[in-house]
Design a protein around this ligand. Structure first.
Ligand code: CIR
Length: 261
């Protein structure tokens, strides 16, 4: 069974962290409506949505992706780069514990899940204002026994690595080439976003379907032209908090896989 772990939008989302965006008022009810539609879409694609209750004191807590890296064999609870987000860990760890053995990133490491792009056994970690080399070493130590490699990636212009690149097919990535050098991801086909839609690269693949921001129709068309099934989804209010489509869920199979040393 495929689980999608989510969390209700915080009443405090207007006080979210912002790095590359100007602060604009966020309509909480509109954000909640969009978030519920997002969850419905995940359900429709066969996920069992497990929604954690709202955390009014944790403005960014809807962006659960940053708090854990869930692999088939284990989950790594991160140490978010923004101090204001560290209180999000307790409830995410409790929610994941029934499904996976847990490992943790510890100080001085910092890591946001949005910087982690796992492609099979190849894990790419974006070095950013939120994720550092110390955490890359800790992540490597946690997962090497399961046969994963961790490659550090430089990028620019956006918050997280997955703002710049996400997986949209078995061997296909959606990339904003202004923000990351696609040559890093050897052997994979890259589809570039329409340059008028720089934020479009954060797409969420569930099974063989890809959720793409409804605000980015031209990039969506590029994916359709590649034979990819696309679901446009409006997350424009959450985007004001600098969050995209991958950020709002942790999607994983319920059953863990044994066999790591
Ligand atoms: C933050 O700055 O932490 C939030 N306002 C946005 C986090 C978005 N998460 C993601 O891209 N994985």
């Amino acid at each position: 069974m495929r689980i999608a772990l989510t969390r209700a939008v915080s009443a405090g989302i207007g006080r979210c962290e912002l790095t590359h965006l100007e602060r604009r008022p966020i309509d909480v009810e509109r954000a909640r409506h969009q978030h519920r539609r997002y969850e419905e879409c995940l359900r429709d694609l066969g996920c069992r949505v497990q929604r954690l209750p709202e955390e009014p004191e944790l403005p960014d807590s809807v962006f659960v992706e940053d708090i854990a890296v869930v692999l088939d064999e284990l989950a790594v609870i991160t140490r978010p780069g923004a101090r204001s987000r560290r209180g999000e860990r307790r409830s995410i760890a409790a929610a994941l514990e029934p499904y996976r053995p847990l490992r943790r990133i510890r100080a001085p490491g910092v890591l946001d899940g949005g910087d982690v792009l796992a492609l099979g056994r190849d894990i790419y970690l974006g070095l950013s204002t939120r994720s550092n080399r110390d955490a890359a070493g800790q992540l490597h130590a946690a997962v090497a026994g399961c046969g994963y490699t961790v490659t550090e990636v430089e990028f620019r212009g956006c918050l997280h690595l997955k703002s710049a690149v996400t997986r949209v097919g078995e061997d296909t990535l959606l990339v904003n080439p202004e923000w990351v050098d696609a040559g890093v991801f050897r052997g994979l086909r890259c589809v570039a976003v329409d340059q008028r839609e720089p934020m479009a690269a954060n797409a969420l693949r569930v099974g063989t379907t890809v959720l793409v921001g409804a605000e980015y129709p031209s990039t969506g068309e590029r994916l359709v032209a590649q034979g990819i099934e696309v679901r446009p989804i409006d997350a424009s209010e959450l985007a004001k908090a600098e969050g995209g489509l991958t950020c709002c869920s942790l999607v994983f199979e319920a059953g863990e896989v044994d066999g790591c040393t």
